[in-house]
Design a protein around this ligand. Sequence first.
Ligand SMILES: [Zn+2]
Ligand SMILES: [Zn+2]
Length: 363
Amino acid sequence: MRLTRAYATVPHTFTRKLWPDLAVWNRDLDRLAPPEIIRDLAQHTGVSIQRAFGTTLRAYEGIVFEALIQNGMTPWILPLQIWHRLHLRHGQQYCPACLDCDDPYFRRRWRLSLVTGCTEHGLVLLDRCVHCGAPINFHRAAYWIPRFTSCHKCGEDLASTVQKTTKLDLQELRAQRHLQYTISRGFVDLPDAGPVYSHLYLLGYRAFCRVLMSSRGRCALVDLTRDHDLPAVDMKNHVEENLDFAPIALRRHVLLAAWKAFRSWPDGFIEVCHRYGLRGSDFRRDGQILPYWMHFVVQRNIDRPFYCTNVEELTAAIRYMDSHDIRVTPRSAYHLLGRASAKTVDRYLEALQAARVAHPRDA
Ligand SMILES: [Zn+2]
Ligand SMILES: [Zn+2]
């Protein structure tokens, strides 16, 4: 976009001349990142291909998500909903203070649903023109409009609202720093689990966000964000549990609540699950697979599977009773283990055989 403005042309003409066979503006360019465009831009602007590729959302593969989904939704990427060449959804966020400089550009991370604040300026991101409410379509801002950061619809400068933009409170700023630092570092160090790749950490974080947005987790969501000055969100209007479709106001609630539960992993998380009655099955709904670091904690502390006395325990009990001349019956064997008798005697018989074969009783 900055190149097209430097050549005083419109983006459509620019790309048609360079890549006549490529459909560019009616697709999510940052997400799909056609290799021809990356290669040619790198070659003609004197940067490495790696550096050019690093400006695309595809380069978040293995960092934010496992793999970019070519035809469909990729987790954490805000959808644009492109109609012809117009972006209809508010999927492009921005920080007005970051744009308020001589050479402004739209940061790659502003397209991620987990980024809701600017950690540099401590401001909440905006996802629309404050003056007219239009989604950001910076590729539609005509080149004769003085600044690249002007709204394509009303022409007002997006960077002009710095003073009026909401500041992040300390906890929300910390939550954003944690998430954005996780992405830039590529891993997190978790107590009990050790280093975990960032995309696997975020997979678990996302599973918890989903529970918070469901009817089962809503109580926890409201409680955990009660003391913060966040915009009111009517949850009833929001039935979708996909964070990427949620408006920024709701995402702020969910990401902050999740951070508060995760910040003292795993005790804080376990405590929240117990307090709000969240179950392991809430995390695994619709076949959702949890990353191992999270599955391990959920299985050990949140799931309460029905415990069955096993054959080894029964065998040991029978041996003990034999050696103390106690009459062995299914009832007495289970009773010794502090359990009520099982409905079937299969295990008891198996244990009895094991105990008596290895240590036959004296005649
Ligand atoms: Zn900023
Ligand atoms: Zn506008």
